[in-house]
Design a protein around this ligand. Structure first.
Ligand code: GDP
Length: 329
């Protein structure tokens, strides 16, 4: 136990090595590590410190790393401490991307006010979600002002990140044609700001057109009661030329302040916490079913349902009763 207290104290004192070790602990699936990780995260949450949590999504190549580097440096230049967490459920497949990210965010990774944590090599989205939530809590306890959570625009990881953050940013590239690049309506609805990147050089006219298209599309979405007029917005930026980043940050602050002043920020976090709790319970129940005696019962009862010996409802009720009172053997 003293090790945990030391680690928690190190995190709370803002020691980056302690923070890195603490995140490694929350990433571990070992049951004894889990117990220690939970104590650590509780200690972190007890500090009551909060950061602005920014989610950032976009397809590979859109410029996420470049954006994080420029935007992160803009924030640290203003004296803010910035933590970057990556969520990439496919990182087990693209094992090399971790190194790539670090080298692409070279300036930011050398910045003493920044902390960059690449994605863990985990394929299971539930595990990634939990690890990221806990890592956010640890970064907040370590005194970071902004936590940027980056995800590649694939599958459910966007929904997960949107459910972790205060503001969700969608980075897109200038489109050649007139269609909205197949960005799904659901993702548009999650976005608080759509940032059309690469608005520089030859790409600038296309970026401006794309921005206008998205601004039009956003106007067609129903205005959300938790937003001031004019949001969600589409803006042009150039991560490479470091252009438009300051106005984008101002928009983020305006929206965050408005939501805080109107009680929406607290309500959003409360609703998220409740969903995380329910997701954890679901995960926990599912994991019981992958272990004996749950797994055996699931197989046995399943076979009885198939053979017609038991109705599906009765079999399910028996299984649930078994989980409620597991046999001691
Ligand atoms: P990621 O896969 O989303 O992280 O994208 P990267 O940040 O690695 O960028 C992909 C490519 O787009 C790189 O060659 C970048 O130099 C380029 N890029 C990123 N941002 C900009 C930008 O603002 N303007 C231009 N012209 N190129 C950019």
């Amino acid at each position: 136990m003293p090790a945990e207290t030391d680690l928690a104290q190190g995190v709370i004192a803002g020691d980056r090595r302690a923070l890195a070790r603490a995140i490694t602990l929350v990433e571990s699936a070992r049951p004894d590590h889990r117990i220690r990780a939970l104590a650590l995260v509780e200690a972190a949450r007890a500090t009551g410190r909060q950061a602005l949590r920014l989610g950032l999504s976009g397809t590979p190549g859109v410029g996420k790393s470049t954006f994080i580097e420029s935007f992160g440096c803009l924030l640290t230049g203003q004296g803010l401490r910035v933590a970057v967490l990556a969520v990439d459920p496919s990182s087990a497949r693209t094992g090399g991307s971790i190194l790539g990210d670090k080298t692409r965010m070279e300036r930011l990774s050398r910045d003493p006010r920044a902390f960059i944590r690449p994605s863990p090599s985990q394929t299971h989205l539930g595990g990634v979600a939990r690890r990221t939530r806990e890592a956010v809590a640890l970064c907040e306890a370590a005194g970071f002002d902004v936590v940027l959570i980056e995800t590649v625009g694939v599958g459910q990881s966007e929904t997960m990140v949107a459910d972790l953050c205060d503001l969700f940013l969608l980075l897109i590239a200038p489109a050649g044609g007139d269609e909205l690049q197949g960005v799904k309506r659901g993702i548009m609805e999650m976005a608080d700001l759509i940032l059309v990147n690469k608005a520089d050089g030859d790409l600038k006219p296309a970026a401006l057109r794309t921005m206008a298209d998205y601004a039009g599309a956003l106007r067609l979405l129903r205005r959300r009661p938790q937003d001031p007029p004019g949001f969600p917005k589409a803006l042009c930026v150039s991560a490479l030329a470091e252009d438009g980043l300051r106005p984008a940050w101002e928009e983020m602050q305006t929206l965050a302040r408005w939501r805080a002043d109107h009680g929406h920020a607290t309500a959003r976090r409360a609703a998220q916490a409740r969903r995380w709790f329910e997701a954890e319970v679901r995960e926990g129940l599912l994991s019981v079913l992958t272990r004996d005696p749950g797994r055996r019962a699931l197989a046995d009862l399943g076979a009885q349902v198939e053979s017609g010996a038991l109705g599906p409802e009765t079999a399910a009720a028996r299984l649930l009763a078994l989980l409620a009172a597991p046999p001691s053997s």
